[in-house]
Design a protein around this ligand. Structure first.
Ligand code: DIG
Ligand code: MN
Ligand code: MN
Length: 391
């Protein structure tokens, strides 16, 4: 690929949330460092850097206490800005974590009134998303958790969460919105422990829902990494289960708070395996960057951040193509995948197959002698990533 091929194009389906490039750099220990930027200006910024889509929480666009008339005026202006800039809204979500009323959780809160408010707020956010054309609705339960397990039984929390998601699936059906819900996990922060800590927890939860086909996952790099997990493995399991409905791309150093770094900036090798998996698998969903620029940046730096997310993705996509086309790598893959001869079938059980397997004689010495040149295979990968091995 030439240099220009690292330029983002609509077919790459790169999207950013309003809250990402609009992040003002506030953190628990410091105030905002960047001026607020309006949603309309954010859409212009995303168009300038070459993004395809913009996502939003309800309150990224509509203030919590806006009147219906104010809401409609804001939405109309935003829709016009998206149309004018050729930016679509592939995903919507709801903020059930910022307002103090959700301090004890939203769908899992002990107060039934808060749980009902969370449902109402989510329904209205679904209405907003549908009005903007979103077909994916993300739910991130940032406040669904505890500092002390004295406050509720976790299985009670799970029951409340299931009741809420079942209700929202029915609301989408009733309104004909056609939403695919994507559940996003995180192990902790802002709660001491958050329920549904990893993508795997959600994959188990989805199977217990009334409408499991409407519900998938939205894995985030930083969140699974915070849990000390191999992110791509979780993505691959979600994909294999037909549940990879969306993905939050960013980066993260293990053992830290949620850093939401520019994609590929902390661990480019892990990012490579992820991009290679998504591209080899033919994932066609949005490549959403749920990340933000360093607190040290001004808005020119924010644009550098956004361009860097997309550029790194495209560079790693090209590295994946080089890896797949590399003769020596393909020869090694063929050699390590070659199985033993005349093995009895183990893919489908039958009395005959079981009998054959029990009788089969394995050549243990031959199996022990099989070469597994993974050091060479990984070094070839490193050579490609470091640019010393091209096509
Ligand atoms: C945090 O990673 C969460 C929130 O930003 C949002 O609810 C969701 C959308 O991708 N990710
Ligand atoms: Mn995050
Ligand atoms: Mn996220």
């Amino acid at each position: 690929m030439t240099q220009s091929n690292y330029e983002p194009r609509p077919e790459h389906r790169f999207s950013f949330g309003l809250w990402t490039v609009g992040n003002r750099g506030r953190d628990p220990f410091g105030d905002a460092v960047r001026e607020a930027i309006s949603p309309v200006d954010i859409v212009s910024l995303l168009a300038e850097v070459g993004a395809w889509g913009v996502n939003l929480h309800d309150n990224d666009l509509i203030p919590f206490d806006a009147t219906p008339a104010e809401r409609n005026r804001i939405v109309s202006k935003f829709k016009k800005a998206c149309e004018h800039n050729g930016i679509i809204v592939p995903m919507a979500t709801v903020n059930l974590f910022f307002h103090p009323v959700f301090r004890d959780g939203a769908f899992t809160a002990n107060d039934a009134g808060v749980r009902a408010l969370a449902l109402q707020k989510t329904m209205r956010a679904m209405d907003l998303g549908a009005e903007l054309g979103a077909k994916i609705f993300v739910l991130w339960g940032g406040r669904e958790g505890v500092e002390t397990d004295a406050c509720r039984r976790p299985d009670e929390a799970i029951k409340r969460l299931r009741e809420a998601v079942n209700y929202l699936c029915e609301y989408s059906i009733d309104r004909g919105y056609g939403y695919k819900f994507a559940l996003e996990s995180k192990p902790n922060e802002p709660r001491g422990d958050i329920y549904m800590a990893t993508t795997g927890h959600y994959l188990g939860f989805i199977a217990t829902l009334d409408q499991p086909d409407m519900v998938g996952v939205n894995p985030e790099v930083a969140h699974e990494t915070m849990a000390g997990l191999n992110f791509m493995h979780g993505v691959a399991q979600a994909w294999e289960a037909g549940k990879l409905f969306h993905i939050d791309l960013n980066d993260q150093m293990p053992g830290r708070y949620d850093q939401d770094f520019r994609f590929g900036s902390a661990n480019p090798k892990s990012a490579f395996w992820l991009v290679k998996f998504l591209e080899d698998a033919g994932y066609s969903g949005p490549r959403h960057f749920d990340a933000h620029a360093y607190r040290t940046e001004n808005y020119e730096g924010v644009k550098d951040f956004a361009r860097g997310c997309m550029r790194t993705y495209l560079i790693l996509k090209e590295k994946g193509e080089i890896w797949n086309a590399d003769q020596e790598i393909q020869e090694i893959l063929e050699s390590i995948s070659a199985g033993s001869e005349d093995l009895p079938s183990t893919s489908d059980f039958s009395k005959a197959n079981a009998g054959n397997l029990l009788k089969h004689h394995f050549n243990i010495d031959k199996m022990l002698g099989k070469a597994l040149p993974y050091e060479r295979l990984d070094q070839l990968t490193i050579d490609i990533l470091l640019g010393v091995r091209q096509r």
